[in-house]
Ligand binder design. Structure first.
Ligand SMILES: Cc1ncc(COP(=O)(O)O)c(C=O)c1O
Length: 375
């Protein structure tokens, strides 16, 4: 019988974190301060320091972290929020939840991130159509890699728009010396367990250098509270990060830089070993960027065969994302620039096991299986 390999080995990380993690969890339980306990503020401070940003505002999940920023900016009916067509649904969902309209933008063939030329086309389309007002551009740092902000930000500024960076898959990645989280007018991340920095449930955070915006984000995540707990000055929501998750994240943040390095090493090793084959397209990282490698995603001529061959050897794979959001039932009625790249890569991309605890023997087994399948 073949031995199965985990896609992401979170148990290996848990073993490494050991006793201090258990103590952090039991400490949070024993304290009784289960909602907004002191660990939440401590984690926010550490997180902001890590990212080099003034404010980190923790909340219940990454989707809320995005939505809360849109609410704080007053994004609503009649507003256009430009999002890539090739991303997880939450990026577009929050625009719709805010009452605004997502407008889909194509991505680049080599990095899978927002195509600046397609963004220009989408903005022009909205202006020509005259029904929506361009308001927010939401680049997504897909699979761990920052979007090309040097190309995107000038467009955002020229058009007088806001930039909300969806770094749910890439928190901790770097772009020309800045950590994602510190890029944009605001940014948001997710602590879903499988993310590079994940907790043991749901969690998220928004980031900004703007003091006034930070105040709004804190208020909105807690029912629109004013200075007093039972004073409600705006419509908000219940989106607090649990104390227990903050305690876990404090422990995980301490080993996060080492884990990013380990992922980088594994990605480089995959690239080097796959260089033997001209039938595998390995991921490209743009100049000045460092990825956190949330996914290691390749393109092969026959994806179905590769997935079947690997499965037979106990090696899991995943396809992110087979269908562009602009073609999904829930989103097909929203405006979209042409998205030929999102459609095409949806048919060829496949992600391989990737995490900080991927040992060389296991990686060799995966690589051998891939090379044999595509030969
Ligand atoms: C690109 C992107 N945006 C937003 C989210 C939403 O995060 P969450 O699942 O924590 O709500 C995710 C995560 O799954 C994501 O991958």
């Amino acid at each position: 019988m073949v031995q199965s390999i985990p896609f992401i080995d979170l148990q290996a990380q848990r073993r490494r974190l050991g006793e201090p993690l258990d103590q952090a969890i039991f400490g949070a339980v024993a304290s009784g301060a289960w909602i907004m306990g002191p660990q939440v503020a401590e984690f926010e401070e550490r997180l902001a320091r890590f990212a080099g940003v003034k404010h980190a505002i923790a909340c219940a999940n990454g989707t809320d972290a995005l939505l809360i920023v849109l609410m704080a900016w007053g994004v609503g009916p009649g507003d256009a929020v430009f999002v890539p067509a090739f991303t997880f649904a939450a990026s577009a969902e929050v625009a719709a939840l805010a009452g605004a309209s997502p407008v889909f933008v194509d991505v680049l063939e080599d990095t899978y991130n927002m195509d600046p030329a397609s963004l220009e086309a989408a903005i022009a389309l909205v202006k020509r159509d005259g029904k929506l007002r361009p308001h927010v551009v939401m680049p997504v740092d897909l699979f761990g890699q920052p979007a090309d902000y040097r190309a995107i930000e000038p467009i955002v500024r020229r058009e007088g728009l806001k930039m909300l960076c969806d770094t749910a898959q890439a928190f901790g990645a770097a772009y020309h010396g800045k950590i994602t989280g510190a890029i944009g007018d605001a940014a948001a991340t997710s602590f879903f367990p499988a993310k590079p920095l994940g907790c043991y449930g749901d969690g998220g955070a928004s980031f900004t250098n703007d003091d006034a915006l930070a105040g709004l984000l804190r208020s909105i995540r807690n029912h629109g509270a004013g200075t007093d707990r039972y004073e409600n000055v705006r419509i908000g929501m219940n989106s607090r990060l649990d104390t227990i998750q903050a305690a876990i994240l404090i422990e995980k943040l301490m080993i996060f830089p080492e884990e990013i390095e380990a992922r980088e090493k594994a990605a480089r090793r995959y690239n080097a070993l796959f260089a033997k084959s001209n039938r595998i397209r390995v991921p490209a990282v743009i100049a000045g960027a460092q990825s956190t490698w949330a996914q290691y995603t390749i393109q092969v001529p026959d994806r179905a065969k590769l997935q079947a061959d690997l499965k037979a050897q106990g090696i899991p794979t995943a396809v992110y994302y087979p269908t562009p959001l602009s073609a999904q039932k829930a989103y097909a009625h929203y405006p979209s620039a042409p998205v030929p790249v999102s459609r095409r890569i949806g048919e060829t991309v496949v992600s391989l096991p990737m995490h900080a605890y991927l040992d060389e023997a296991t990686q060799d087994r995966i690589v051998a299986a891939v090379l044999e399948s595509v030969a």
